[in-house]
Design a protein around this ligand. Structure first.
Ligand code: AMP
Length: 389
């Protein structure tokens, strides 16, 4: 989930920017001011309680705000994310927002503040008042709203600064430029929220076929180093030509080359929700490389999954495959199959052991029909995504 709080004095342009953001990111828009005005129009108990405070430009009590927020949020549990306009407006409301997000198993992504000087706010609101029909868009009330903002709302920023969730934009810039700056911040935040999976398993465990299908289902970029190397050779790129020479001489492709290809993939994959790595990291060295690469791009490993299949079943699957047209050159004899299994055992199993100490490696039973294994892995990924966002 992408949850953004738009912050700024009255008249900073939060409403205008919200219109564009909710469309672009498919967010559910929550304006506490708008919700209160609706309660007022409906003449509800809450609305009537809030009426005189709104009319004077004061802040409605946190109790009232909790009630309307809780109602709105719990009525929309399947939202793709929320955009908060005019909330949180007090330090207490910042805690309330944390609690509401926890209730939905998610968290606030960031708070973006639109900075506008006081006099600009006043003149914008007076202008809006000519057509808005809002009783609180007149100078006396506007001045009081700004006083409340300075005294009660500005301290909220400390809450988010302390947590590294605060970003600011010059609200005096054109609407388009403010749009652009906000989008830039969100893009960066989304990078931090990439869901990155490392998929382990012995050759023959189904990593490749599961990995590709999982990538499709969860809109992840599938990163398999083997096919990436083959593609470079096929395209005759400078890296591809180097790899070809190495292959021809029966040498291993050095990590420097693999790293370049993975980094290219990380940079060039736009609008993905994360990455699924298969066949990398294969060695302890590569596991450190992956951690470093992800960190460099503001991301990290979200979930490590190992598909478990007993050795005899692996051998029988690889042997079966060697008789089909999907036969890989490295599967075409028993001795090659055994060598690959041994490679995994000596080089990759220590990587899994290392990860098991740092993160949790989720073991999935790889026996049974493809769809059943797929459902088991999907369940783990869905849980992980829900907890993360
Ligand atoms: P707005 O539409 O955001 O300018 O809000 C209009 C009025 O509604 C404010 O001046 C407050 O009286 C009230 N209000 C809106 N949001 C809140 C909030 N989060 N906390 C307290 N009062 C609020």
């Amino acid at each position: 989930m992408l949850n953004i709080a738009l912050f700024g004095p009255p008249g900073a342009g939060k409403g205008t920017q919200s219109e564009f953001l909710i469309k672009k990111y498919n967010l559910y828009y929550i304006s506490t001011g708008g919700l209160l005005r609706k309660e007022l129009a409906d003449k509800s108990k809450l609305g009537l309680e809030a009426q005189s405070i709104i009319a004077s430009g004061g802040l409605v009590s946190d109790e009232i705000i909790v009630q309307i927020m809780e109602k709105t949020i719990t009525e929309n549990p399947d939202a793709n994310g929320f955009l908060f306009d005019g909330f949180p407006r007090t330090y207490i409301q910042a805690y309330i927002l944390e609690g509401l997000m926890i209730k939905l198993n998610t968290s606030l992504t960031c708070l973006i503040s639109l900075n506008v000087p006081e006099e600009e706010s006043v003149s914008r609101l007076l202008k809006r008042g000519e057509t808005s029909g809002r009783l609180d868009d007149n100078e006396t009330v506007i001045r009081n709203r700004l006083k409340e903002y300075n005294e009660k709302t500005l301290p909220v920023l400390e809450f988010y600064k302390e947590r590294g969730m605060f970003f600011e934009v010059n609200g005096l810039d054109t609407i388009e430029n403010v749009n652009f700056e906000i989008t830039k911040i969100i893009k960066h935040q989304l990078r931090n929220k990439l869901f990155n999976i490392v998929l382990f398993g012995y050759p023959g465990s189904g990593r490749g076929s599961q990995g590709k299908s999982l990538a499709k289902k969860f809109e992840l970029e599938y990163v398999a180093t083997g096919p990436m190397l083959d593609k470079e050779i096929a395209q005759g790129t400078p890296i591809g030509n180097k790899i070809r020479v190495l292959y021809e001489n029966g040498q291993l492709v050095p990590d420097e080359i693999v790293v370049q290809l993975i980094e290219k993939k990380l940079i060039n994959s736009k609008d993905v929700k994360g990455f699924i790595f298969k066949g990398f990291p294969r060695t302890l060295v590569q596991s450190y490389i992956l951690d470093g690469l992800l960190k460099k791009h503001g991301a990290s490993i979200s979930k490590i999954i190992e598909i478990e299949v007993p050795p005899l079943e692996l051998i029988s699957r690889l042997d079966e495959r060697s008789k089909t047209e999907n036969c890989m050159p490295y599967d075409n004899s028993t001795s090659k199959i055994v060598k690959r299994l041994q490679e995994h055992e000596t080089k990759t199993v220590p990587v899994i052991t290392k990860y098991n100490q740092l993160h949790e490696v989720i073991k999935i039973n790889g026996m049974g029909p493809f769809d059943e294994v797929f459902a088991r892995i999907s369940f783990e990924i869905e849980t992980g995504i829900r907890l993360m966002r």
